[in-house]
Ligand binder design. Structure first.
Ligand code: SF4
Length: 237
């Protein structure tokens, strides 16, 4: 009984949905069954897509250095960042929920809130395959008018969102806000090279390395550790 209450408490949303289906099935079994079938279809689709998205996001997280993301999608990227965000969102494939882990990773690595909003929004409503279909079914004039107005709206909404939502409102922000040494724990393979090269700065934390508290950096040692890390998990920004 206690276990059941614990499960309900920690899975409140899931149990509410199951309860809603159960009530619906009692009131109208046909609609209840149809609802369960639809949910099953979407769950199956998510289970097929999300593992691929997580793998691709983890690879990008490991391969693309933080300074590159800051340079091209960060606050200082200005027009370049806006254009790149529109391109990234427009050429993307897959459903919108696949964009969230990708955008979390980009933001964690330095993409600005404004550019994250642009990527998410263009992913949702101005994807290129969608525009082609739209032109085919509704005509070129309809498609181009909607595209222009949508892009203008996205620019306005992204600007407003960036004014309201601050970096610190999003999870994991402390990793990004401070200038200094960063270690990507997801990418770290625990080879201990950095801890042996610069033991005053790096130490093992279980199977991964971590950065110790520091007041002073020996830039020569740090540079050596950065270069020696086999998975390029260490960055200095
Ligand atoms: S050198 Fe890189 S991979 Fe090896 S422990 Fe340090 S951070 Fe991890």
């Amino acid at each position: 009984m206690t276990k059941a209450i614990k499960f309900i408490k920690s899975n409140l949303f899931l149990t509410s949905v199951i309860f809603a289906y159960a009530v619906l099935a009692l009131i109208n079994p046909q609609i209840g069954l149809q609802g369960a079938k639809n949910s099953g279809y979407y769950i199956k689709e998510m289970l097929m897509i999300m593992p691929v998205i997580f793998v691709l996001t983890a690879l990008l997280d490991s391969w693309v250095p933080k300074r590159t993301i800051i340079r091209y999608l960060g606050k200082e990227a200005k027009t370049k960042g806006v254009v790149l965000s529109f391109v990234l969102g427009s050429i993307s494939a897959g459903p919108i929920y696949a964009a969230f882990p990708f955008c979390v990773m980009l933001h964690k690595k330095g993409a600005s809130i404004k550019n994250v909003v642009i990527i998410l929004s263009s992913w949702a409503v101005v994807k290129i395959p969608m525009l082609l279909n739209e032109a085919k079914f509704l005509g070129f004039k309809f498609m181009i008018t909607r595209w222009i107005l949508t892009v203008i709206s996205i620019l306005i909404f992204s600007w407003i969102t960036a004014k309201i939502v601050k970096d610190e409102d999003l999870p994991q922000e402390e990793l990004r806000l401070k200038k200094g040494v960063y270690l990507n724990k997801t990418a770290c393979m625990g080879c201990t090279v950095c801890t042996r090269m610069y033991p005053a700065l790096f130490q093992m934390d279980g199977k991964r390395a971590m950065v110790k508290e520091y007041n002073y950096l020996d830039m020569k040692l740090l540079q050596k550790a950065i270069e020696a890390c086999p998975v390029k998990a260490i960055e200095y920004i």
